[in-house]
Design a protein. Structure first.
Lengths: 515, 515
């Protein structure tokens, strides 16, 4: 390739920055390359008849253990991939309803169990031997009940799991199940999902996962996945990708032996002198810090590649193992922190602000401080006449193209207000006792603390829309990680630095004095 | 190292040929090197108090998910290794009895379940929605029951499985459980074993195992394991080992990522022009066949390294994958066969022969043909006076140092008799419908057929004691492997070549005509 060709390749955009989901779904549904399942090309795929696929699903579940399963499994998964989304949904409903458990058998076993004389004694050695005799009937029926309570579709999952390509196929199936649940609340599909999820958690236990450092020397087929699945800060071209894998950067992924060449989740790390304040400096500005001078490992992106593994927290184990590895390799690095988006902040704030327009004032919570009200009116001058502070703020934040970010004056007026509200959102807004923000909840349950908020830290369209450009550093201190995780788990307590607390303490004091 | 030193190293015996089990047990119980669990040196190990270890076991099971588990797990496993065999047994009894399931809770859930109105309908789409509502209560209690029916010790197993070194530790625990069962029939320990075995089968599914070709370039720490665990034809020194990994030879092992550097099972393969008739030619005689001339892959040894994985058939998958791999790499090779011991033949034969001495003649089955009777009397001349053929045979086979193998005349007299009896043993002697011989049962359930019996094929002390030196070739024909396995599984039918059938057909015809 000549120089110009290479330059074009390196600079050409690798995927559109907006609707990323299309590409991901397309990859997700594509036949699994490099394994026995579904080796046909996408274009040559033949749409199969639902009945035919249903037949092959039935043979996989019902055939005797020792018969030729491999062919049937490949047949079924190829057939499944060829189905339209609608037919997949129909098939999954059949699976959930008709391959459920045998309730008559379960009841029969329960009758036998309840009929047993209940052993008394506390299980100590004293009467050990008599008890053993009594218990042996319990053990037998309990084992039979454990088996009888397994739905018939368990066989399908187990068989697929031990089939080449099957685990990845099951992740696709779960993604389809989740899409049904998103549309409609069907009890049998929820039961199917909860069963499959439990199985996947077992099969994807960290003991079965390999930590792989992703480098520029990895196959293009793997790097392509990184580009396609990077969900936090999209990779725009090969230069961008190369920089993320180059000096002063690390990228690690968890790979399951049954899904080779494709990390299930990956994390991008920048080695720096300080905890970065903006994503721009990580992704674009400045030369990387020489690695020997780095003291900080900054986790600036973590992406899961399998929509079908939603709700299975692999990230926690990944972060811990990466910290462990980096610490060992580079003893100079002692600070582990993230530079994270706050994906739910604007959505929460705008709905709070909008509710003030709809509600009778007395029932409406004014989320602004009196001096913030004043500041907003002053900044807006005449045009704010007749509007209260919340209305002004709503107007500013919903203006086209984030117009407010073009005015230095508005930026500096809004800065203290948005930062305070963002701290309130992160620290005080909860759902079932957990942080409302999904990224915050992820890091807090892993045992991180909220370290610092950063103003204008992500000026991308996505960053401004999600959080007004604010980003947050979560800090992982290995000494406290377990304590913090435990406190968050049991009481919902969110650990934050004094700097962060400072934003809302005056307000909290106010509230106290009003009570 | 000088030449002489190297020669001594290469020739020195690597372990005593007899009581091999000691070494294996010692390795098995040794702390697991290279992982977090139990890093102490054997000699510096401190015997821990049973109560103390019991305490640490309790914390592992009962502590909250988010607390610091790693330390507790390491503590427990170190403690367990430090216990005497007797105390391990006591601890396992405590685990089986006191960390069983909550039967009160199980009964409570059953009561709720039986109280539910049983949904009628066949689960089709017709009344889908009404059924969904009814079923949702069933799903909930069924899921709760599935959880309630898990014994409390499930938590210990699950947590160990995800802990570095834990899977290997669990294999040791199971070996200890099996040793209790061998001594005493305790219902709670059998339930513990059956539960742990099911878990191990899941965790060791072929999807989680890596096929590794073991070569002379592998670390000595791995090769040492091969030497220690080779159970069929002990490896006597490094020359022997190097030959088994050299030209014309292959060695493959299954490695689990959680137990690195130690195959769970390994198979040794010789690439040959023909199916070998004796183990001597495989292990010692002749130069290896040039690989390009080989047409046959001979499996001459398969050994499992973990006594704690007894009853978990990893060998079947290993053989299939090795056949697949060899076929792909070396298209010239089209015959896949074993050269296998017949470990139970002599034991069975001697007990048959001995029973004739104890029984009243009329109840005693004469396992010899009339002409065999005559031949034995003739061969023994005067000294056989007053003894029947079976008594003569018993006397010959139990003579010290296998004296009969020193006489060419006796060898040729006994050859047809022992070969016929051996075929009868392999083809007709069954236990619960399966071949009595454990190695035969292993290969037959994998789908092999009995190809040929080989006289004086293993002249080692072990070979003569186990099977009078006879060895057998099992043939794996990939076209028939699934059919044969299925036939054996469902009807106990044993596939054998016409040559093998030939030995016993006259007898079978006799029996037919007698009926």
């Amino acid at each position: 390739m000549n120089k110009k060709g290479l330059a074009i390749l390196l600079r050409s955009r690798m995927r559109p920055l907006s609707p990323v989901s299309n590409k991901v779904i397309q990859l997700e549904n594509a036949p699994l390359e490099g394994n026995k399942i579904a080796t046909q090309n996408v274009s040559s795929r033949i749409q199969r008849d639902l009945g035919e696929v249903r037949e092959s699903m039935h043979s996989v579940i019902s055939m005797n253990k020792k018969e030729i399963l491999d062919t049937a499994l490949s047949e079924f998964s190829e057939g499944y991939f060829s189905l339209s989304q609608e037919n997949r949904h129909k098939l999954l409903l059949v699976l959930a309803r008709e391959y459920d458990l045998n309730r008559t058998q379960v009841r029969e076993l329960m009758k036998q169990y309840v009929g047993l004389e209940f052993p008394n004694g506390d299980g100590t050695d004293e009467h050990g031997h008599e008890m053993e005799g009594q218990l042996s009937a319990f053990y037998r029926i309990e084992r039979n009940l454990r088996h009888a309570l397994q739905p018939m579709y368990a066989v399908l999952f187990e068989r697929l799991n031990t089939h080449p390509g099957g685990l990845k196929f099951l992740a696709t199936v779960r993604a389809d199940i989740l899409s049904i649940i998103a549309d409609e609340n069907v009890a049998s599909i929820r039961a199917l999902d909860s069963y499959l999820k439990e199985k996947l958690i077992t099969w994807l236990s960290p003991a079965n996962l390999e930590l792989h450092q992703i480098t520029w020397d990895d196959p293009a087929s793997l790097l392509e996945k990184i580009v396609a699945y990077e969900a936090v800060h999209p990779i725009s071209n090969l230069i961008d990708l190369k920089r993320r894998l180059g000096i002063g950067r690390r990228c690690f992924g968890y790979i399951h032996p049954a899904i080779p060449g494709e990390p299930l989740i990956f994390i991008e790390v920048a080695l720096m002198k300080n905890i970065a304040c903006t994503i721009q400096e990580v992704l674009w500005h400045d030369l990387p810090t020489p690695e020997c001078e780095a003291t900080t490992a900054l986790f600036y992106s973590i992406s899961s590649t399998q929509p079908g593994l939603a709700g299975i927290n692999l990230g926690k184990f990944l972060i811990k193992r990466v910290i462990h590895l980096v610490k060992k390799d580079m003893p100079n690095i002692s600070i582990f922190a993230t530079l994270s988006p706050i994906p739910g902040f604007m959505q929460w704030l705008l709905s709070k602000l909008a509710s003030s327009e709809r509600s009778v004032p007395i029932f409406c919570e004014n989320i602004l401080e009196p001096e913030e009200e004043r500041a907003l009116s002053d900044a807006f001058g005449d045009s704010a006449a007749g509007k209260n502070g919340m209305e002004v703020l709503l107007h500013l934040l919903t203006s086209a193209n984030h117009e407010w970010t073009q005015s230095d004056r508005l930026i500096s007026e809004l800065k203290p207000i948005l930062l305070r509200l963002c701290v309130r959102y992160l620290l005080l807004e909860k759902k079932r006792g957990k942080a409302l923000d999904s990224v915050a909840n992820f890091h807090l349950q892993n045992g991180a603390m909220i370290g610092r908020l950063n103003w204008m830290a992500d000026r991308s369209e996505k960053g401004l829309s999600q959080s007004g450009g604010i980003m947050v550093n979560y800090i992982y201190s290995m000494e406290y990680i377990e304590d913090y995780a435990q406190a968050y788990f049991s009481t919902g307590h969110i650990q934050a630095s004094p700097d962060v607390h400072h934003y809302i303490e005056p307000l909290e004091n106010n509230e106290d004095s009003m009570n």
